[in-house]
Design a protein around this ligand. Structure first.
Ligand code: UGA
Length: 438
């Protein structure tokens, strides 16, 4: 099958590379000349474990190529995926669909013969209808079916998520498009990944509802964590205890500094706006958004409290900056708000992150960056773990204790067993657990 991916960002590249790996012929298109030039030189512009090898392998096999031009590959394509960005629109939080509609018009102008156009970008309910209207009114005579096929990829685990999905949601009521989409995902179907067909609007909502539900689940456990701290319970054990109930499930119950990233914050907000527009407000999600926003600043206050109520003139070592491990993505990362709260409180902040420091430099104020955890811990009054990179799991606490001015660990991801920290003489502050002061 010949497939074109419009947008070679995170979703487009991962999906394109994985579909090529299944034997389809893929052209990834992007307007950014710099991006396509880099990809053609063999450079992968995003950090995603395993992606570079898949891209290299499939380019060499002649199944994956890149193009700045949309028209030629689209004219030959059976399927065109739209995987461009849908950022929050400035001022009102609605998803900005200008890139989606612009891509749709360019695609429609270029197609020849029956073509399936698939929205993979996260788009509000009704976007497929609007694309169809554009095609019908502005490009009459073109034979195009519009399908919704949302992605459920997690950054850092995107290859596995694409190749071993819990489900593939496909929104279409068009019989010809249904057959084409079956063919696109046939290799996954053979792997027993369920293909779930539904109406296009339903499919569009499934994406938002899934992200909103997961964001709500995290927020729920974060509030339980706060209660645990007040009443002397342990949130990890509560999460395990409720997660063993299959109706609840044990995933996405890790308490922490609040969710971030390019998806949950944007998609929860967009869902709230859509619901308000349809006069069907989603109060649970409105509250989730508000709680999560407040939580990030509250984590800054938690660090200040751990430092005895003030960080003025103190040095704080921050481990991990990205919104989660195995990505270089800093978008809406809790570290941004936490560090700002510490700087506002008069602290000096030294930080280290395995992949996120380049992006962080553009977003954070006066932060000093180190080359490893031990360097930034030198003379520090506290270590704050914000992102749970694997390389932070087995730190040499004996060495850190010698290097630090005050032995305080604030573990915002509950990575370290309390005994591991306290036996080296540290005070230990975690999330949703009893504080152990030395
Ligand atoms: C999320 C969804 O998990 C994907 O299914 C979806 O496809 C994607 O958004 C998207 O819409 O494109 P992602 O943002 O990459 O994926 O990352 P997650 O692993 O979901 O984590 C999101 C945030 O929640 C992170 O800040 C993470 O630290 C936090 N989180 C996650 C918790 O605080 N606790 C948890 O138990 C799980």
């Amino acid at each position: 099958m010949r497939i074109v991916m419009i947008g070679s960002g995170y979703v487009g590249l991962v999906s394109g590379a994985c579909l090529a790996d299944f034997g389809h012929h893929i052209t990834c298109v992007d307007k950014s000349e710099a991006k396509i030039d880099a990809l053609e030189r063999g450079e992968v512009p995003i950090f995603e474990p395993g992606l570079d090898a898949i891209i290299e392998h499939n380019r060499a096999a002649g199944r994956l190529d890149f193009s700045k031009d949309l028209a030629a590959p689209v004219a030959d394509a059976d399927v065109v995926f739209i995987a461009v960005g849908t950022p929050s629109r400035r001022g009102d939080g609605h998803a900005d669909l200008s890139y989606v509609y612009a891509a749709a018009r360019e695609i429609a102008a270029a197609v020849s013969g029956f073509t399936v156009v698939v929205t993979k970008s996260t788009v509000p309910v009704g976007t497929g209808d609007e694309i169809e209207r554009i095609f019908r009114e502005e490009f009459p005579g073109k034979d195009i079916a519009v399908v919704s096929n949302p992605e459920f990829l997690r950054e850092g685990a995107a290859i596995t998520d694409f190749k071993r999905p819990d489900r593939i949601v496909i929104g279409t009521e068009d019989a010809r498009a249904t057959e084409v989409m079956r063919e696109v995902y046939r290799p996954l179907y053979l792997n027993e990944a369920p293909l779930y067909f539904c109406e296009r609007r339903t499919s569009e909502l499934i994406k938002y509802a899934a992200n909103a539900f997961l964001a709500m689940k995290i927020t729920f456990i974060n509030e339980i964590a706060d209660l645990c701290e007040q009443i002397g319970a342990d949130v990890q054990k509560v999460a395990k205890g409720i997660g063993m109930d299959k109706r609840i499930g044990d995933k996405f119950l890790h308490a922490g500094p609040g969710y971030g990233g390019s998806c949950f914050p944007k998609d929860t907000l967009a869902l709230v706006k859509t619901a308000q527009d349809y006069d069907s407000p989603m109060r649970l999600i409105e509250t989730t958004v508000a709680i999560n926003d407040n939580r990030k600043r509250a984590m800054g206050r938690k660090v200040i409290a751990a430092c005895g109520g003030s960080v003025r003139g103190k040095k704080i070592a921050v481990l991990g900056l990205t919104f989660k491990p195995n990505t270089d993505d800093m978008r809406d990362a809790p570290s941004i708000t936490i560090i700002q709260a510490l700087l506002d409180g008069g602290a000096t902040v030294h930080a280290y992150d395995p992949e996120g420091m380049e992006a962080a430099k553009e977003m954070l104020g006066t932060v000093t960056y180190g080359t490893d955890p031990y360097e930034i811990a030198e003379g520090a009054d506290a270590i704050v773990l914000v992102t749970e990179w694997d390389e932070f799991r087995a730190l040499d606490f004996k060495r850190l204790k010698t290097a630090m001015k005050n032995p305080v660990v604030v573990d915002l991801r509950n990575v370290y067993p309390v005994t591991e920290i306290t036996r080296h003489g540290f005070s230990h502050f975690a999330v949703g657990k009893k504080t152990e002061k030395r």
